[in-house]
Design a protein around this ligand. Structure first.
Ligand SMILES: Nc1ncnc2c1ncn2[C@@H]1O[C@H](COP(=O)(O)OP(=O)(O)O)[C@@H](O)[C@H]1O
Ligand SMILES: [Mg+2]
Length: 140
């Protein structure tokens, strides 16, 4: 599925509706360059799950957990220094819990640790305010 977003707000709305249509457990990976809109997508996504708080990227904590229904585990692996660090964080436990939705920014940094099935959301910057959002399902 492909969607072209023409503004920040359109990405928020798109991600919000996308999240509403998902059921747990689910793993969603966000891929795209810095400034592509991964955190923006995460904001709309969280809103779709009923999160009322302001979503920030867990750049320094690596993980933000939201007590919505289903639960949301928002990871940002940008500053991850090693795969060992991911293990220390108990990263793989969140995939085995099966009680919520795991959303991962910079999943490239933990490649090999995440196994299918998952949904891949690729965001590409087309111009200042437009983004191409490509969604695909990666099965086992
Ligand atoms: N159509 C759009 N969708 C998403 N973000 C957009 C769009 N147009 C402009 N932007 C801007 O691009 C930036 C995306 O930042 P962010 O979501 O933090 O990216 P990332 O997490 O991928 O580094 C924000 O400043 C946002 O306002
Ligand atoms: Mg981000």
């Amino acid at each position: 599925m492909e969607f072209v977003s023409k503004s920040f707000k359109e990405t928020i709305n798109f991600a919000e509706n996308f999240a509403k249509a998902l059921s747990a457990p689910k793993v969603v990976l966000l891929s795209g360059d810095l400034g592509a809109g991964k955190t923006t997508f995460a904001k709309g996504f969280a809103r779709g799950l009923g999160v009322k708080e302001i979503i920030t990227s867990p750049t320094f904590t690596l993980l933000n957990e939201y007590d919505c229904n289903p639960k949301l585990y928002h990871f940002d692996m940008y500053r991850l220094s090693s795969k060992e660090e991911a293990f220390e964080l108990g990263f793989e436990d969140y995939f085995n819990k099966n009680d919520g939705i795991v959303l991962v920014e910079w999943a490239e940094n933990v490649s090999g640790l995440i196994t299918p099935p998952y949904i891949l959301v690729k965001i590409d910057k087309i111009s200042d305010n437009s983004r191409k959002i490509n969604i695909s399902e990666v099965l086992k």
